[in-house]
Design a binder for this molecule. Structure first.
Ligand code: FAD
Ligand code: DLZ
Ligand code: SF4
Length: 521
């Protein structure tokens, strides 16, 4: 039976389920660069360049192995611009008996696949994506009957199930979680390790030129592109991270610093999410460093928790709850996304730095995403769908299965607490404690109202006040509401008035739904 195997741009793994049983003498791999995928959001230009170059390199590696690969480039004449259109054309070229594909990462694409048997007039076999450590059915079984889905309990179950960092039935070091030790501020003068430079080869150069010409109106710099685009290079990046950064990953996991976008983070999420690296091998590499005594347990546990815990957990939530998940807006947030998320033009230094890092690298680390750009969107009451689209567009690692639970649930509390037990709302004091951003800011985190007051301070209390009905009975919010209620009335009124004035000024800024090409050219 002749099989056409469609491999998507985030399925660049040799062990992919859809390649199981591939017969090089008979079967064909199809890979397609299509306009629909490059523009369903206005992806950062580095993200498009990364995916297209990684796809081209992967196709070449398969060819070298002797597989027949039919590869359609974005600028090929006749390219129909969609997965469905390209499958139809490929069916005419190859006359297969069936199509085989691995289930996609996004609901949007999964829905498309439902139409394929009818559109193609062929059987379409959709295989489970077994690159994750927890299958969708195992997650469903774990979630079944629970009132709330706390990550910590899922994570412990995953530790037990995989045996990672376990000593018999007990967690290594007799603790499941070393989070309390992972909240240090970066001491002045600390130098994070140098990163490997992956100079673009001819394939990447060609893709960069294509992206520069075709996506002029997309956000993000292209020069300085420095992502690995092959498995070999991604493995080298992982090895260097484990050797140089992992030992201090735990200590400074939550720290932020101006002009230090990467700190001790791994920078591997684009590779994991596109399939160049697999989660199991990444966790094992970290575990080996602990066993060898080159990285401490608080770092290794903290790192493994992100992958074995958070990454698997958000995927489980996504597939459990979609498509209704994306539609909720529990706090009724309704402000358009401020224009500065695209332009970076804001006097708030923490936001300006996080957005600048994002523009330059298609990357910002977790605490920048959660506690700076995310915290502001939460406190200002930005429409969930608009801030979700921003996150989906601007990061090289963004696919809806991982972006949506992080933004909709963790950042915006739009799911009403399904994912997070309380909103991650914070005033300027948090950002000041965890970073040096405030030192170079026109605002002062110590000033609560009036001239120079940090907007996060005003917006924090405004947020609590506006969302009292939804939040005040949450036991984890009892303390902030007690503080708000103890505040003298005149002070409370001043804060709310100044917050209102700040938000009115924000609203009078340019609309942000449009992306203006001249700002990004
Ligand atoms: P490290 O800090 O070194 O962590 C190691 C790995 O753990 C990451 O590579 C990633 O695979 C995994 N990880 C860590 N935190 C999470 C998490 N919360 N959810 C899932 N995986 C996690 N991650 C994405 O991969 N794609 C996204 O689109 C994405 N959007 C996010 C949006 C918001 C608002 C927030 C708060 C977080 C988001 N994350 C997303 C999670 C996290 O910020 C990134 O995975 C991380 O910054 C990637 O950089 P790194 O490889 O240096 O990670
Ligand atoms: C993100 C992306 C982009 C920008 N371009 C392509 C592409 O041209 N061809 C392709 O196969 N995949 C691309 N991708 C990744 C897909 O969007 C991803 O596979 C789906 O969203 C399913 O997760
Ligand atoms: Fe951000 Fe406020 Fe600090 Fe300025 S003072 S950097 S706005 S937290």
């Amino acid at each position: 039976m002749k099989t056409l195997v469609l491999v998507l741009g985030d399925q660049l793994s040799r062990d992919l389920a859809s390649l199981d049983g591939f017969d090089p003498a008979r079967d064909v791999v199809l890979m397609v660069e299509v306009a629909e995928e490059t523009t369903y959001v206005r992806h950062h230009r580095q993200k498009i360049a990364f995916i297209l170059s990684a796809m081209r390199h992967f196709a070449e590696a398969l060819r070298l192995e002797g597989l027949q690969v039919d590869y359609v480039r974005l600028d090929d004449p006749g390219n129909s611009g969609s997965f469905t259109g390209e499958l139809k054309r490929a069916v005419l070229r190859h006359a297969p008996d069936r199509v085989v594909v691995t289930e996609p990462g996004e609901w949007r694409v999964r829905r498309m696949m439902d139409d394929w048997p009818q559109q193609l007039g062929l059987p379409v076999v959709i295989r489970e994506d077994d690159r994750f450590l927890c299958s969708r059915s195992d997650f469903r079984a774990w979630a079944d009957g629970r009132k709330s889905y706390r990550m910590e309990f899922f994570y412990r179950e995953m530790r037990r199930r995989t045996g990672l960092l376990m000593e018999g039935d007990d967690p290594a070091g007799r603790r499941w979680n070393f989070d309390a030790e992972n909240r240090k501020r970066l001491p002045p003068g600390t130098r994070p390790p140098e990163r490997l430079r992956f100079e673009p080869d001819a394939v990447t150069d060609e893709v960069i030129a294509l992206v520069a010409a075709r996506f002029q109106d997309h956000f993000g710099d292209l020069d300085g592109f420095n992502w690995a685009v092959t498995r070999e290079d991604a493995l080298a990046a992982l090895a260097l991270f484990v050797e140089r950064a992992l030992p201090r990953f735990g200590d400074y996991q939550d720290a932020m610093a101006q002009d230090e976008p990467f700190l001790f983070h791994a920078l591997i999420s684009p590779y994991l999410n596109a399939g160049l690296l697999l989660p199991r091998e990444v966790c094992l590499a970290a575990k080996r460093a602990w066993r060898a005594g080159t990285a401490p347990l608080n770092a290794v546990e903290g790192f493994i928790r992100q992958i074995l815990g958070w990454r698997e957990y958000v995927r489980g939530i996504y597939w459990l709850e979609m498509p209704a998940y994306a539609e909720t807006n529990r706090l009724g947030a309704d402000r358009p996304l401020p224009w500065f998320y695209w332009s970076g033009e804001t006097a708030m230094n923490c936001l300006a730095c996080a957005i600048d890092d994002t523009r330059r690298h298609a990357y910002a680390h977790h605490i920048q995403r959660l506690m700076v750009t995310g915290n502001f969107a939460l406190l200002a009451g930005v429409r969930p769908a608009e801030i979700e689209e921003w996150y989906l567009a601007v990061y090289a690692d963004a696919y809806e299965w991982v972006e949506l639970p992080n933004v909709h649930g963790m950042v915006m509390f739009a799911d009403g607490g399904l994912l997070a037990s309380k909103p991650y709302a914070a005033s300027g004091a948090y950002i000041d404690r965890m970073s040096n951003y405030c030192e170079a800011c026109v605002y002062d985190p110590a000033i609560k109202t009036g001239e120079g007051a940090c907007p996060f301070n005003l917006l924090y209390w405004h947020f609590l006040s506006e969302n009292r009905a939804a939040l005040q009975n949450n036991p984890r919010m009892a303390m902030p509401y007690r503080t708000l209620d103890r505040m003298n009335a005149a002070r409370r009124e001043t804060i709310l008035r100044e917050a209102g004035a700040f938000l009115a000024a924000l609203d009078s800024g340019e609309p942000v739904q449009r992306v203006q090409p001249d700002l990004f050219g």
